[in-house]
Write a protein of this length. Structure first.
Length: 218
């Protein structure tokens, strides 16, 4: 009977010990779960941050490449536009407005180049422009400045005229093959001549347009 009483007294103590152990295990388990959750959350946040930085860097790189491409394209367009403008200025000179004259020519030299033609020097009183230096004068264009020459009287002798530079181009005889152009200059007249068998009247007029543009007008 004494033994029974002692056992009854120990039951609450044993129960207390078991409860304390259970609580300790529970707290330990909770702590481990919380730590694992915190670690997982931290890792996820760090991964998301890395991805955000990488995406931002990719976006910046793409934007830079786009800007470079745009700038390069703009430069190409500007370059192309400049080249087109230079080409047009060399090939589309037009006759001067009525009353405009080439600036005084006394003491001035004629241009070295006019379109595809090159000044090959004087032969007689005229400078001769040729496509090829070896060409004969029949294939060349002669240019001569005559100081004090009357322009109005000169153009009256031309036939089938077309505007050219600061004057007119035409044939020296009706249906003839000898072409002449007279360009007004403030101190005289520039005479341009060629053979229609090798150079058309329209091409000679375009040559005169470029000549007047290079010499300058007023």
């Amino acid at each position: 009977m004494a033994t029974r009483k002692n056992s009854d007294r120990n039951v609450p103590a044993i129960a207390s010990l078991l409860l304390a152990g259970s609580l300790a295990l529970t707290l330990t388990a909770c702590g481990s779960s919380d730590d694992a959750g915190a670690d997982a959350s931290t890792a996820a946040n760090e991964a998301a941050a890395v991805e955000t930085v990488a995406a931002t860097e990719d976006a910046d790189a793409t934007a830079t490449e786009t800007e470079d491409a745009d700038e390069s394209g703009a430069e190409d367009i500007e370059t192309d536009a400049a080249n087109d403008s230079n080409a047009d200025s060399a090939t589309t000179a037009t006759p001067a407005p009525e009353g405009v004259m080439i600036s005084a020519m006394s003491g001035r030299d004629l241009p070295e180049k006019l379109g595809e033609y090159t000044n090959t020097g004087k032969d007689g009183d005229a400078d001769w422009y040729k496509l090829n230096e070896e060409d004969s004068l029949l294939k060349a264009i002669g240019v001569e400045f005559r100081e004090g020459m009357n322009y109005e009287m000169s153009v009256e002798r031309l036939n089938e005229t077309v505007p050219a530079g600061t004057g007119l181009c035409g044939t020296t005889l009706p249906g003839g093959t000898s072409l002449a152009c007279y360009l007004q200059v403030t101190d005289g007249t520039v005479v341009v001549s060629a053979e229609a068998s090798f150079i058309s009247k329209e091409d000679l007029a375009a040559f005169c347009n470029e000549l007047a543009a290079q010499l300058g007008t007023e």
